[in-house]
Each structure stands twice: as C-alpha cells, then as structure tokens.
Design a protein around this ligand. Structure first.
Ligand code: AMO
Length: 425
C-alpha cells in the first residue's frame, strides 16, 4: 500500500508559512550560537533552515533527519522562511565523517579526494550541480531528437569486433570466445537506420586508450545519432545544431538553479554554426598535419570567437586517412572526407559525418585498408540489403558538461570515472 507522503521539500517551504510541516534530508550544517542552534537541512530541492532554542541536538553533519516544525517567515533566513519549534527524529546516524566539510561553499579538496569519496563528496551542492546540468543536457538531447522523428535505441556493449580502430579495445572472455567492450554504437546505429531511418542512443562506450589527460576517460557516455536519406554531411550538421541548442535550452529550463550555482555562462548557439574546411584550417594554422592537435583546436576556437563571435566551430573535411573506414569521401577531393568535428570552447566535442552506404563501397574500403571482411560480416549485411545515404554524430557527454560549466577535468563531470588508474569506487 502506498501512503500519501506528508513530506514537504525545502524549496516548497515558502508556500507553507504558518503551517506545521514535516521535512526530511541530511544535516548539511549545524551551527550553534549562544542562545539558538541552526540546523541546515539538505534535500533534493535545496536547503532549509531549522532553528532550535538552546543547544539543540548535537548531531554530526550528514545525519539523516526527519523534522516537524512550524514554517515561520524570517527575512534573514535563506528563501525568507525557517522551521521553528522543531521536533527532530534521526532516520540514520553515521559511522564516518565526510573527507571534507560539505557545507563550505567551494570545494578546495584535490581531485583524487573528491573521486575517492564520490558516494559522499558528490553530495556537495557544487559537485552534484555538475551532474544535474549533465542530466538536463541528456534530457534536451532526447527531447530534440524525439521532436525530429528519431527513435531511441539500446545496443549491445559487448561486441565481436572493434568499431572505430583496432588497437583501443578492451578484450574480454565471453563464454570462451574473444569479445570486446564496444568503443561506440557505430555499427548498430547505422544498421538501425535501415529499420527506423532516424535513431539515437545514449550509453556507455569504452576506449582502452592509455591517455592520462583531463579530457579522456576509458569509459564515457556517448550521445549518438544517425539519420538516413541525407544529401550529405551538412544535413547531419544541421541536426546537430538543433541538438546542441536543445541541450542548452534544457539546461536553462531543467537545471537553472544548478547552472546559477556554478555561474554557468550558457552559450549562444548561432542559427548557422560557422564552419571551416580542414585544408583551410591548416592554412590558417600554418601547419600541415593529418589531424588537429589540442593546441590547434584551442587556436581555432579563439579564431571562431574573434571572426564569427561563435563559441562553436565546425571543422569539416578531415583527411580520409585519419577517419574510420566507414567514412564517405568528399566528392571531387577523395583525400578529404564528408566528415566534421564540432569544437566548443577550445575542445573537440563531437565527431560525425556522412557514411558509405553501398555494400561494394564497404568491401573496397576494407580492402584498401588491408582489413579482412570476416569480422564485419554482421555489419555489412545491412548494406547488402539496401541502405539509404546516411550519416550521424557522437557527442561526448562528460566533455560537454565540463566545457559548459568551465570545469577543468572531465573526471569532475563523471560520477565514478574509469581511467588508466581508477577502477573504484
Ligand atoms: P569519436 O571517437 O571521435 O567518434 O568520439 C566522439 C566523441 O566522443 C568523445 N570522446 C571521448 N570522451 C571522453 N573520453 C574519451 N576517451 C573520448 N573519446 C571520444 C569526444 C568525441 O568528439 N563513431 C564516431 C562518431 C560518429 O561518427 O558518429 C566516434 O565514436 O567528445
């Protein structure tokens, strides 16, 4: 049987002045003054102040409490109300203290302290706010694509062949057979274009890249989309523009308080995001490389801000030799590709492009790269049975949240990061 809850949330208290109500949450802070003690209670909606006369209960911070009291207006209290004449019930007492005080407005603790203590440290409002922004972003991703006629899919994370490039997979034993953790849903999302035309997926992907940087994880969350019946990659870029605008709008709408707490400056997403061909980017940079180095990405982002007033920049036409075998070449310039990266505030945020869609083109592409067809047989079956011209993209969620919130390391925008050194908690 479900009992109607009598619980009132901290953020709802201003609507209950004069009433006796019940709130529940964690003891965020206990502050004893001479004649009164303040208990600040934290719940999912925010903070509530409770005032007791005298010393009040001497409980450590993070104790879980249920409190009944009278909602009393007090202009000095946060949100203009506080709970007075309380009765306090302990729902759960503590066996340990957090590694640092969660009520201090900023987090001074070093990154490993935050990550090692994640089950507790993430309760700090500034740290949980990052994940509220992340959740609102995913909601915006879904809502935008739902509105554009996409179907959400869920594809296997254990696969029989690499999907991006051979070396960076985690191998595992699958009932005595060699299997891998999926580097991306690439093959499956393409195959599902053959069923639904337009699909998206949000889920974990795994990269066995031994990078020890502030922008790489061994497991991250990939926001993927793929759509059929396109003329070329530019239609994919137009969809991506809508998606990014939808994510920004969703953060403002669903995580406004978290964004305010973090002092997030939400970017303007231009109606048309400026774009630059890879060859032109090389000319501007005065170098001749097959790919963009992180310093190049930063420089190009500054260029886009200076020249176009945009915090976003599409770099299109990456050299074919640096893109995966499923990439569609640029018509008339086959050394370049119909692919793109989206740079945001100095960092590669999205990769995407048009794919090959004809069966024989796949056979030729694999042969040209000296790759056997065998491991890709399941994938190639889609193309043997008729696939429209299509393309798609993948956006790294942790990078997005980090860039959006001005966070220095994507580990802070990951609940429980997995990297070269970290497998717990
Ligand atoms: P790519 O490998 O470029 O493309 O990845 C797409 C986006 O995912 C993010 N990303 C990462 N984030 C954290 N840690 C990592 N190790 C990491 N690697 C990548 C980045 C990047 O832009 N299948 C293609 C996408 C497509 O063409 O649809 C792919 O996976 O934000």
């Amino acid at each position: 049987m479900i009992h109607p809850t009598t619980r009132v949330l901290a953020a709802e208290l201003p609507g209950h002045v004069g009433e006796s109500v019940e709130i529940s949450g964690w003891l965020h802070r206990r502050r004893a003054l001479k004649s009164v003690t303040f208990l600040v209670i934290r719940d999912r909606s925010g903070l509530a102040q409770v005032v007791t006369t005298g010393a009040g209960p001497n409980l450590p911070e993070e104790t879980v409490l249920r409190i009944r009291g009278t909602v009393t207006a007090n202009p000095q209290a946060p949100a203009g109300v506080e709970l007075t004449a309380p009765t306090v019930e302990v729902l759960s007492s503590l066996a340990g203290a957090p590694p640092f005080s969660l009520f201090r407005p900023t987090v001074e603790a070093a990154l490993p302290v935050v990550l090692d203590g994640a089950p507790v440290t993430l309760r700090h409002p500034r740290l949980s706010a990052l994940h509220r922004v992340s959740a609102a972003s995913v909601a915006g991703f879904r809502a935008t694509l739902d509105g554009l006629g996409f179907t959400e899919i869920h594809t296997p994370k254990v696969v029989s062949s690499a999907t991006e490039s051979g070396a960076d997979v985690f191998a595992l034993d699958w009932f005595g057979r060699e299997a891998y953790l999926a580097q991306s849903p690439q093959f499956f999302k393409q195959a599902m274009v053959g069923v639904f035309e337009r699909v998206y997926e949000t889920g974990p992907v795994f990269r066995a890249e031994p990078h020890d940087t502030a922008r790489h994880l061994a497991q991250y969350t990939s926001l993927d989309a793929e759509l059929g019946f396109i003329a070329d990659h530019r239609e994919v870029m137009a969809v991506l523009r809508e998606v990014v605008a939808g994510m920004v709008a969703s953060v403002a709408e669903r995580a406004g308080a978290a964004a305010d707490l973090l002092e997030v400056e939400l970017p303007d997403v231009p109606a048309e995001i400026p774009q630059l061909h890879f060859a032109e980017a090389m000319r501007l940079l005065g170098v001749d490389e097959p790919d963009l180095a992180p310093a190049h990405e930063r420089w190009l982002s500054e260029w886009a801000l200076r020249e176009h007033g945009s915090e976003f920049l599409f770099v299109v036409g990456y050299p074919m030799r640096k893109r995966p075998f499923y990439t569609h070449p640029e018509p008339g310039r086959p050394e370049y590709s119909n692919s793109f990266d989206l740079l945001f505030r100095g960092l590669e945020l999205v990769t995407g492009g048009q794919r090959l869609h004809r069966y024989e083109d796949y056979l030729a592409a694999l042969a040209a790269r000296g790759e056997p067809v065998g491991p890709y047989e399941g994938y190639l079956r889609s193309f043997a049975h008729g696939m429209p011209p299509h393309g798609g993209f993948a956006l790294g969620l942790e990078r997005w949240t980090a860039r959006l919130t001005g966070t220095d390391n994507i580990r802070r925008t990951t609940l429980f990061p997995r990297d070269l050194h970290r497998l717990t908690p």
